[in-house]
Design a protein around this ligand. Structure first.
Ligand SMILES: [Zn+2]
Length: 294
């Protein structure tokens, strides 16, 4: 069942769980997270970053849309970190039901201006929009981009931003970074800041860089009102660690010999996250949900 983000997260907000947004840029990762979500009966956000989009053939998105329509669980297809109006419009044309416009590196007024422009366009075709306030950190070149130093979301800006832009979801910077943290860096979420932000607005809140954070902090963030958590590195890491192990056997060359255990390893991580986010079984809550026309 294909849905937009607004309708998908309204249920999560009401029932206090977070929907995982798994980044996919291959058929194998799509299979891993979709099968895990169907098995766990969890709603699912399929996230594709512009860098991932430029790597796949255009027909990949068509296949993703078709899989989402046919899925037994609610699925949203989301552009992760759209950087320009052109990227956002291309995603909408391709069939995405949600887009992020990340202008978080710009001054507040400019961030508001570009987000509002995207909201005005996207909402005319029932596509949801995610904005970002504050900046998420990065852990290195194999992770998505981010700031060297995290700029925490200023709770005083949140109401202004949400009201001025009309965004459907808001990504907040409360201490996460993209990627997997180096051993000498200990991530720590500012849960008090999250509480403060939550008390100011009703908009579903999004946590980027959810990989490699302590599980108890993530669970606490869900209890405090995070409704979407982006997971890219943890699933990919499990997949490729298993690939390396399988490929120790130099005679293997058939994809259907090599990939099934790798898909299973990625799927196991996805199932763990679904449970951690309190999303297991929550697909049942959408039985009367609004479905987008196929
Ligand atoms: Zn992100």
């Amino acid at each position: 069942m294909l849905m937009n983000m607004k309708d998908l997260l309204a249920v999560a907000r009401e029932h206090c769980f977070a929907v995982p947004a798994f980044n996919i840029s291959s058929n194998m990762l799509l299979t891993a997270v979709l099968e895990a979500s169907e098995e766990m009966q969890s709603p699912l956000i399929l996230a594709i970053h512009p860098d991932e989009l430029s790597f796949v053939r255009p027909s990949f998105v068509k296949a993703v849309v078709q899989e989402a329509i046919q899925a037994s669980v609610p699925v949203c297809i989301h552009l992760d970190h759209g950087a320009s109006l052109a990227q956002v419009m291309a995603a909408i044309q391709a069939g995405f039901t949600s887009v992020m416009i990340d202008a978080s590196a710009l001054p507040l007024e400019d961030n508001i201006a570009i987000c509002k422009q995207v909201v005005d366009l996207a909402h005319t075709v029932n596509v949801s929009v995610e904005g970002e306030l504050g900046t998420i950190g990065t852990t290195g070149p194999e992770a998505e981009a981010g700031a060297e130093e995290i700029i925490f979301t200023n709770p005083d800006d949140v109401v202004t931003f949400v009201q001025a832009t009309g965004v459907d979801t808001l990504a907040v910077a409360i201490g996460t970074s993209h990627g997997i943290y180096p051993k000498d860096r200990k991530p720590e979420l500012k849960l008090e800041l999250l509480k403060e932000i939550r008390s100011r607005v009703d908009t579903p809140l999004v946590l980027h860089g959810g990989s490699a954070n302590p599980d108890d902090e993530i669970a606490a963030a869900v209890r405090l009102g995070i409704n979407k958590i982006n997971i890219s590195s943890d699933v990919k890491d499990a997949f490729y660690q298993k690939c390396r192990e399988v490929l120790q056997n130099p005679t293997l060359r058939e994809p259907n010999s090599i990939y099934p255990p790798c898909i299973a390893a990625a799927g196991a991580v996805a199932r763990f996250k679904i449970d951690l986010f309190n999303a297991t079984g929550k697909a049942a809550l959408y039985k009367n949900g609004r479905k987008l026309p196929a």
